[in-house]
Design a protein around this ligand. Structure first.
Ligand SMILES: Nc1ncnc2c1ncn2[C@@H]1O[C@H](COP(=O)(O)OP(=O)(O)OP(=O)(O)O)[C@@H](O)[C@H]1O
Length: 258
């Protein structure tokens, strides 16, 4: 039996003022790991902001956890179940790493009795337990990104949205990150991550979506994307060549299952 979608977008139009970025997008998200690929400016962050309930659809509908999200009340109901790592996230430089993650736990309404252990668990999961008392301003770029991941995963959200989570991570941390998101998905979470690193998608994702100019041009498994590769397409792996092939105009998808 197909699991019920965690998120569904129907006929989404989204943009900034009168500047439309996404038009007529249909997709649904299921538990597991979904990779979102697309060139700069394709609309990935805009899509994340919609799924995270930060930007209401300009038209079309957003359903989360089986119910439409149409009012502020709906947003307040679903927000605690969503972990979101924005591409550029803000923080108070003087906060300790623990304070930063704990604040996210508070925003996400993790019960106060559980917040301390959930914070410790999230920091351990990203390899920052040893830096828990350090100030945010003392972290390196890769460590900051790991702190952001900890803030997104604290309290085990059902829907985890990670916008370019592996930027700045060293190779060992990227491998650990892949294992972390696989284990969150095994525990039932729906994880959606955007990346420009095609090999991360091949290694960690069950489903891959390709967004180009606000349109979904591919949805399927990484293997299915690789199988679309043409010999003339540029790239160092079948998956990269498949990605470049669909960007060059082959294959469109009306509704995507993630
Ligand atoms: N606040 C904004 N106001 C107006 N236009 C914006 C705003 N934010 C983004 N855009 C435009 O929306 C389009 C999509 O941007 P978006 O950040 O969603 O793309 P992206 O796929 O995440 O790109 P990247 O891979 O570079 O992060 C771009 O043309 C961008 O210039």
């Amino acid at each position: 039996m197909t699991p019920r979608p965690v998120a569904r977008l129907t006929a989404l139009a989204q943009g900034y003022g009168s500047h439309r970025i996404i038009e007529g997008l249909h997709l649904f998200v299921q538990p597991g790991v979904t990779g979102l690929l697309g060139p700069n400016g394709a609309g990935k962050t805009t899509l994340f902001r919609t799924l995270a309930t930060i930007a209401p659809p300009q038209s079309g509908t957003l359903e989360l956890f089986g119910k439409p999200v149409t009012s502020e009340r709906d947003v307040r109901r679903v927000r605690p179940r969503i972990g979101y790592l924005p591409q550029d996230f803000g923080y108070y430089p003087a906060f300790s790493v623990t304070d930063f993650v704990r604040y996210s736990a508070w925003l996400r309404e993790v019960p106060s009795k559980e917040a301390e252990s959930a914070t410790k668990e999230a920091l351990a999961a990203v390899g920052l337990a040893g830096r828990a008392r350090d100030r945010m301003k003392s972290l390196s770029g890769g460590m900051l990104r790991r702190a952001g991941i900890a803030a997104a995963i604290v309290g085990s959200p059902a829907l985890l949205l990670l916008d370019e989570p592996t930027v700045g991570l060293d190779p060992a941390q990227r491998l650990d990150f892949r294992e972390l998101i696989r284990s969150l998905a095994r525990d039932g979470a729906a994880v959606v991550l955007s990346t420009h690193l095609v090999e991360d998608v091949g290694a960690a994702c069950d489903t891959v979506l390709v967004l180009d100019d606000g349109r979904l041009v591919h949805s399927g498994t990484p293997q299915e994307l690789a199988a679309l590769s043409t010999p003339a397409a540029p790239g160092d792996s079948p998956l990269e060549r498949g990605y470049m092939t669909v960007l060059s105009g082959h294959g469109t998808t009306e509704e995507a299952a993630c």
